[in-house]
Design a protein around this ligand. Structure first.
Ligand code: G3D
Ligand code: MG
Length: 166
């Protein structure tokens, strides 16, 4: 028996922004240069150490493809925090953040949001997601699933939000 609290969190954002790569990097310490697109949803669990104690996350990976919208709706249910990810090297994915935000807060009542700019290794300009994050009162982090930079910070922030300490 364990008294570690279990929180569901999920990761959304456009196709190919790096959602699956971020989760794999964090949970398995791996980055694969070529990946098959996620079909439907999947989740992994990971224990995260916070200053307030350990929490266990079930981290749900989302298919970003629009045709899976019905699957996404179910995936949000019960999520305590949702990371919405964009690609720092692809402005179109930044422009889609408001739609991802609306979808998350509509389907996961009361959920906390974390905005994540991924592929930091490809993008010289930092901070481009900050104004959107500020506009919705969400924290903002930047990551590279390739180098690993910021990945632990992303999931620690998500765990803190899920546990109400964010
Ligand atoms: P998704 O789950 O959001 O759809 P994936 O995205 O994790 O499948 O990643 C999509 C592509 O982006 C993959 O390349 C993956 O290797 C790459 N990628 C993910 N994160 C990063 C990153 O931080 N930096 C760089 N440079 N690439 C990244 P392929 O070639 O398989 O399409
Ligand atoms: Mg994926």
């Amino acid at each position: 028996m364990s008294d570690i609290p279990l929180y569901k969190v999920s990761v959304g954002g456009d196709e190919a922004v790096g959602k699956t790569s971020l989760i794999r990097r964090y949970c398995e310490g791996q980055f694969e240069t070529s990946r098959v697109a996620t079909i439907g949803v999947d989740f992994q669990t990971k224990i995260v150490e916070l200053p307030s104690g350990a929490v266990k996350l079930s981290i749900w990976d989302m298919a970003g493809q629009a045709r899976f919208e019905i699957v996404r709706t179910g995936m949000y249910r019960g999520s305590r925090a949702v990371a919405i990810v964009f690609d720092l090297s692809n402005p179109e994915t930044l422009a889609h953040l408001p739609a991802w935000h609306t979808e998350a807060v509509t389907n996961a009542k009361g959920t906390k949001i974390l905005v994540v700019g991924n592929k930091l290794d490809l993008a010289p300009a930092r901070g481009v997601g900050k104004s959107f994050a500020d506009s919705v009162g969400a924290p903002y982090v930047e990551t590279s699933a390739q180098s690993g930079e910021g990945v632990a910070e992303m999931f620690t922030a998500l765990a803190a939000l899920a546990g109400g300490n964010g």
